[in-house]
Design a protein around this ligand. Structure first.
Ligand SMILES: Nc1nc2c(ncn2[C@@H]2O[C@H](COP(=O)(O)OP(=O)(O)OP(=O)(O)O)[C@@H](O)[C@H]2O)c(=O)[nH]1
Ligand SMILES: [Mg+2]
Length: 240
């Protein structure tokens, strides 16, 4: 059975979402979760204040408050460095995955057979509700290139919705170079290149409502970083 589960969540200005997400996770998965590590990067809204309140009520919540050099990759690496020594599994997820809380149940039930399970938005039809068309095209192109050049057939390895064994996370950690969103691609692709047992389950994706705050993802800004990661992945594959 899954125990000693660490949940790693990067956050930047996510006050409205963490108020809902963290209590729901702890309510639904209290038998599994050892810790939720929320890595708060330079938030200018009430994220830190809400976190302080939540931590009083839920001792399993830990926070890392980063004050400079923000970025999802920097935050995730910091989170991994701070995992409990007793951590056996790590769940990576975003603050706006409120609609995906129930999907974790399936991941937990099946992780015994795998080293990692990734939530894919591209297995089931109609899984994407108002997904930005440009992001979709670029995402599909990235995975298409991966199929051809890396011989990786998986459908959505860049989604930051992954349940991994902690031992696997520690093997990937030294390979992580991206400071931004492209770290999600490193976390998804390296395990497959390392021949870890990775599978995907279908999940849906829902656009942020007005109440959920703004997206921080800017495709033109992070595009070069994803390309750099792809070159690292190619080099890694060719060296093996
Ligand atoms: N720690 C940290 N977290 C960040 C930073 N930028 C974004 N995040 C978090 O990363 C997660 C994903 O960010 P989103 O803005 O939802 O990006 P996205 O999912 O690609 O965009 P959407 O399509 O709007 O959902 C959220 O939990 C954010 O709070 C950052 O600089 N530092
Ligand atoms: Mg999002």
């Amino acid at each position: 059975m899954v125990s000693n589960l660490s949940v790693l969540i990067p956050a930047r200005n996510e006050e409205p979402n963490i108020k809902i997400l963290l209590p729901q996770l702890l309510e639904k998965y209290k038998n599994y979760i050892r810790e939720i590590i929320l890595i708060n990067d330079c938030s200018t809204d009430g994220t830190q204040k809400v976190l302080r309140q939540l931590k009083k009520k839920f001792p399993k919540i830990k926070s890392i408050n980063r004050r400079y050099n923000p970025g999802v990759g920097n935050a995730l690496k910091e989170g991994i460095k701070n995992l409990s020594t007793r951590s056996k599994y790590v769940l990576f997820m975003d603050c706006d995955f409120l609609a995906n809380i129930n999907d974790i149940d399936k991941m937990i039930r099946h992780i015994g057979e795998f080293d990692g399970i990734i939530g894919s938005r591209f297995i089931r039809k109609n899984s994407l509700v108002s997904y930005p068309p440009l992001k979709r095209v670029v995402n599909r192109l990235y995975h298409h290139l991966a199929r051809i050049l890396l011989k990786i057939p998986n459908s959505d390895l860049t989604n930051n919705f992954k349940l991994y064994r902690t031992s696997l996370v520690k093997r990937i950690y030294p390979l992580l170079t991206a400071s931004d969103f492209a770290c999600n691609a490193e976390l998804g692709f390296y395990p497959v290149l390392m021949h870890a047992r990775i599978t995907e389950i279908p999940v849906s994706w829902q656009e942020r409502t007005k109440q959920m705050g703004l997206s921080k993802f800017k495709i033109l800004k992070v595009g070069p970083s994803y390309l750099k990661v792809f070159i690292h992945l190619l080099n890694f594959k060719n060296k093996k």
